[in-house]
Design a protein around this ligand. Structure first.
Ligand SMILES: [Zn+2]
Ligand SMILES: [Zn+2]
Length: 103
């Protein structure tokens, strides 16, 4: 019921979901979980310029973004998750400088 809907603390989406007493939508909960996972992962270096990359969530997939060349880098498994969810064009637009770690 919309009567109960609050706005998500992170993105402003209407939601009845709450986390830590704050309204947070399902998508943002998932994102935060991914970011928690990311905190456990090692920081990777950009294969192009060796800059330490930052973890980011794009289309609900954890990616490494290089602050120097703006390249986005994915694992092979992460790419598969993306392909299921988003249109191929969006993947191409987003993954300029893509590499696939197959192993
Ligand atoms: Zn949200
Ligand atoms: Zn780079």
């Amino acid at each position: 019921m919309s009567f109960f809907a609050k706005k998500c603390d992170r993105c402003g989406e209407r939601t009845r979901n709450e986390a830590d007493g704050k309204p947070v939508c399902d998508a943002c909960v998932r994102e935060m979980e991914l970011l928690l996972d990311a905190a456990d992962e090692n920081i990777r270096q950009c294969p192009v310029d060796n800059s330490p990359m930052t973890k980011e969530i794009a289309h609900m997939v954890l990616v490494d973004r290089c602050p120097t060349c703006q390249g986005i880098w994915l694992d092979g498994g992460e790419l598969e998750k993306l392909s299921d969810d988003v249109h191929a064009d969006a993947v191409l637009a987003m993954t300029r400088g893509l590499t696939m770690g197959m192993h």
